[in-house]
Design a protein around this ligand. Structure first.
Ligand code: FUB
Length: 325
């Protein structure tokens, strides 16, 4: 009898601690301006509008990282119906979820197709030298996510014309109106490849674009008949962009969209429309008091378009945005 009670108590304790652990990061954050999240460092934002909410996927700079390098082990997800009150969900993806990888939860983007959410991530490959792009999949925008392929989609040995190990990073995806999906990515050279409907296989060759002073962080979006390819340029980075009437180009360079942040070498942007307004989501180093450029924080400011479709230069603010409704 005593033994049974002990087993019961132990099982209950295990269930309770699992519950607490799995909800440990679920909390509500009311943003007081920029940066929008201040209890931890968040970087490389990818925002996605689904239903009546915005889902914000970020990297996570470790606070105690050595001064001159990134330490990033997992990705984070937040959701909001007004872009001011955010729910932080339990981190649904870490580098450990990709058995073939060995670390570095770098920039990523999520997109939905046929009820499944595909999370494209940059990560360091375990056996093929350099960075790679992997894909996780889930039935929900907040996870749980699992490795969709069991291997990388893109590896460094597929793009040998660039001689660095980190040129296959920063994935950005779009599904065009005709249903064709495209994956853009790159460092030093921007590339794209068509994806099959299953979102996890190539549907054509890798194409390399010729964009002025391309550093990294391509973000592809479409609005009112125009395709926009924004990206980080030079170093320290500013965000510039090009426009086209086709997702495959030709791209017309349009100049600077967002200036150098000043307190962070990188700026990594996402662009969305939500409830009638346009937003520029990026990171800076505003709450890093520890030196270096490796403790970044996500910010959101308004984005405005001109009548001809071009984008006005972003004004980075401390106040940030008001509630979207
Ligand atoms: O966060 C690691 C890397 O820094 C990203 O992949 C780049 O876009 C830059 O933000």
């Amino acid at each position: 009898m005593k033994k049974n009670i002990k087993i019961l108590v132990l099982s209950f304790t295990a269930i309770l601690s699992n519950f607490i652990a799995s909800n440990a990061q679920e909390k509500i954050i009311v943003s007081k301006g920029n940066p929008i999240i201040t209890d931890k460092y968040t970087a490389d934002p990818a925002a996605y509008v689904f239903g009546d909410s915005v889902y914000l996927y970020t990297g996570h700079d470790v606070a105690k990282a050595p001064k001159n390098s990134y330490e990033m082990n997992n990705w984070l997800v937040y959701s909001s119906a007004d872009m001011v009150t955010w729910k932080e969900h339990k981190s649904p993806l870490s580098t450990k979820d990709f058995a073939w990888a060995k670390g570095d939860a770098w920039a990523s983007q999520v997109i939905e197709r046929d009820g499944k959410f595909y999370w494209y991530v940059a990560i360091t490959h375990g056996t093929i030298h350099g960075k790679a792009i992997g894909i996780a999949v889930s039935d929900s925008p907040t996870g749980p996510f699992k490795d969709a392929l069991g291997k990388a989609l893109i590896t460094n040995d597929m793009t040998t014309d660039v001689k660095i190990s980190w040129d296959d990073i920063d994935p950005s995806v779009i599904i065009d109106d005709d249903g064709q999906a495209y994956l853009f990515w790159g460092n030093q050279k921007c590339r794209y490849v068509k994806l099959k409907k299953n979102m996890v296989e190539f549907d054509g060759p890798i194409v390399t674009l010729n964009l002025p002073e391309f550093t990294e962080a391509p973000w592809i979006h479409k609005r009112k008949g125009w395709y926009y390819l924004s990206y980080a340029s030079q170093f320290p980075e500013k965000i510039v962009y090009a426009m086209s009437k086709n997702v495959t180009g030709p791209w017309e360079y349009k100049g600077v969209l967002n200036e150098i942040a000043g307190n962070s070498n990188t700026n990594h942007q996402a662009i969305i429309d939500f409830k009638g307004k346009s937003y520029f989501v990026y990171h800076n180093g505003a709450i890093n008091t520890d030196g270096g450029s490796f403790r970044r924080s996500v910010c959101i400011d308004y984005l405005h378009y001109n009548k001809d479709g071009s984008m006005k230069r972003v004004v980075m603010t401390s106040e940030g945005i008001k509630k979207a409704n």
